[in-house]
Design a protein around this ligand. Sequence first.
Ligand SMILES: Cc1cc2nc3c(=O)[nH]c(=O)nc-3n(C[C@H](O)[C@H](O)[C@H](O)COP(=O)(O)OP(=O)(O)OC[C@H]3O[C@@H](n4cnc5c(N)ncnc54)[C@H](O)[C@@H]3O)c2cc1C
Length: 377
Amino acid sequence: MRTSDEKTSLKDLSRFRADIKTFFDKWKAASCIPGENVFPIEFLKALREVGALEALLSQDEGGLDLCRLPEGGLVLLTLLRRTGYVSLSLGRCLEGHVNVVRLVELYGTAEQRCAFALRLRGGILAGIWVTDGVPPVTIRQENGGYRLAGSKGFASGIRQVSLALITATTSQGHSIMLLVPTTEADRRRPGPGALMGMQASGTGAYDFTDVMISPDHILGSSGDYLRQPEFSAGAWRGSAVALGGMDRLIDLFRQELVERGRAENLHQLCRIGEALILQKTAAMWVEQAAKAAYSTRMSSEEVVATVNLARLAVERAALELITLVQRGLGLSAFVKGKAVELVMRDLMTYLRQPAPDETLTDAARWFVNHDWPEESL
Ligand SMILES: Cc1cc2nc3c(=O)[nH]c(=O)nc-3n(C[C@H](O)[C@H](O)[C@H](O)COP(=O)(O)OP(=O)(O)OC[C@H]3O[C@@H](n4cnc5c(N)ncnc54)[C@H](O)[C@@H]3O)c2cc1C
């Protein structure tokens, strides 16, 4: 039996789901799709106004618990997927922001959670910058505080993120999480080079050398960042964003075939059918992964293995879709600056997520001796 509080929150959730659906339908209808090299600031502003960032917080902090309630997880899936449709770049930043909300909820002290919620309600964008630059970020004690050195190499929203969750290695070789302000313009660097796609995500590097922090910037204990199932389970959110990119690509594909009077051709119909199968397959995997990530009944290993396979299934579906679209539209899909070409470039870049080989073999290793956890889902 659900309590009346739970029923109220479910009502709020379904209202929010309806609101964001209307919001995204309007963006789609107005074709307000952001351009290639510019951070989609207007879209971020609009997402804030519709309450999407606040909804991520727990109910105690004025949100809708999208990061904790299983029903909230499915609404979050819609939010990430629809954001990916409009802009994979903003999807990347939103997904990072959600990751920070989740980690602060899991590992933050009551004071840290409260201070973070306050900043979030003030409208900040948070980032998760864990990929090290050269040299990597280290931390050492100094005069009751800590001094950082080194840089983060792939940092999305380098100009828009004002608070980043970063990892740093201690002199004993332990990895710890820190929440650090990132507003000093002269610490921003171009990063490891211009990426082929995802230019609008504003991905660069940030130099933390000689940043001084106090103990209350430290989040959780050493090793928490890599703690399972959270470390791997969070990947479902990236897959949800990628799925949004696939949705957009399929729309552009069908639209162009219709405009060129080629949609009724039998071969093109086969491609459209195959594209829809890939889309639905990816969508089913993402939903399964989201449910696993929020499951209280599955073991940590089951969650990790399920999400790992989902991540790779979506990657494969998206790559196959790109091949189909290129074959179906021909050279027209390679004209630089066209929406279809841009989405493909963004998607191909976005799909490069860490350690795909290990992700597959780890999941496979688990399933050598275990069946699908369908009962628990
Ligand atoms: C647009 C964009 C924005 C990003 N923003 C952020 C951000 O805000 N914060 C952040 O922290 N990161 C960010 N990243 C980095 C991202 O999270 C990944 O770290 C990065 O994309 C990893 O890609 P990779 O293909 O180089 O992975 P890798 O893990 O290096 O994989 C490349 C290949 O090497 C294999 N491999 C991996 N490890 C080994 C090994 N030890 N030995 C042999 N083979 C190996 C893999 O299986 C794979 O085949 C961003 C990336 C992109 C593209």
